[in-house]
Design a protein around this ligand. Sequence first.
Ligand code: ZN
Length: 434
Amino acid sequence: MHSKIAKTANRGSFPVHRLKYEPLGLVLIVIILLLTISTNCRMTQKTETTVAADPKDITQTNDPLDIHRRAIAIDMHADTTQRLLDEQIDISRRLPDGHFDSVRARDGGLDAQFFSIWVEPQLFGGGGAGAMKRADDQIAAVRALSDQYPETWEMATTSADIRRIAAAGKLAALMGLEGGYAMDERLENVQRYYQMGVRYMSPAWSVSTSWAGSSNDEVGQTRGLNDFGKSVIREMNRLGMMVDVSHVSDKTFWDIINTSSKPIIATHSGCRAIANVPRNLDDEMIRAIAKGRGVVCVPFYPAFLEPGWDDKKKKVDAEIASLVQKASEEESGSIAQKKIARDLVRRDEYAKRLPRTSVSRLVDHIDHIVKLVGIDHVGVGSDFDGVQSTLSDLATVEDLPNLTRELLRRGYSESDVEKILGGNVLRLMEEVQK
Ligand SMILES: [Zn+2]
């Protein structure tokens, strides 16, 4: 139904209904059928090789939605995994809340989703059996998607998988570890998670590990990679697991740059030149990532996009602290459910108290990266279902075409859009897999 090929066929067959009762109907139907068949062949080829659009191809329109759907769109980061596990959501249905489900992903023209395997160290431990179990449970939840919904989801670990699954009209599910807590400080665990299907890892989330600093805590300001941390990066390089620098401290970032022999990725980080927060990258960092043939994927979260928004949010956090605390205490369920209760209060209060930001600001970050290092080093990582505020016109995965519309409005070509939406990540995956 939602195959790129089937969609093209639908477009091609539209005139058949209009011309059904006209005298030349039969001849026209035959011509249209022939065109549809040849189009299908070409589209399949295009999907597999991402060649530039053939201007003579009558199906190649400049409609933003068509351009969006012809591209392979890959989101490098969403936290829907925790909803699968803790809320037991039925992802196959259009959900009334949250930012992601299969229906909205398809309507938004998404082709591949990297699901974050996120172990919150404050709740599940910065290592040990608890952290590993939390990771394993999330991996099992993602892996179950293709069994539960075989008509929609298929597990992927390579760029070729993504191209094949997208051409078949399905959604590709991939995984990345957010924070190295479940590594439990054992090198053999890199291979363990690789074998379970994990294809990227950030060494730290908001809490530093013993071997890598976070951008979010005091110790991270002076902590880079220790010898064990460097051996983790080398093992990731050897296996073909992408190294994610989102969330790490500046010192850790530069240690990764100096250690990794493969291109690296920032799965969800913006530009400090626009929104100066520690989670974002400065120009020197973006240049270093590009020099190593890596990719910076821009998040859809106002705190990392809009100047000053994060400071306003911190003020609001202080104002609503007692409300958040109360919601947590009133929730009698598990620690994960208590977190959900807290996040719901945050979501509602942020909506009331914080300014809205639009997709235009997101594209400012993309523009900045492109001006700095060119079109080949930028992608997207939404952070959907991991944040309590989203952009006004890119509020859920369903709104993804609005990003393409804004890129085209600013003069990006179809081939540029293809690179930004997923082409650059596919190229990076190919290089890291080697
Ligand atoms: Zn994150």
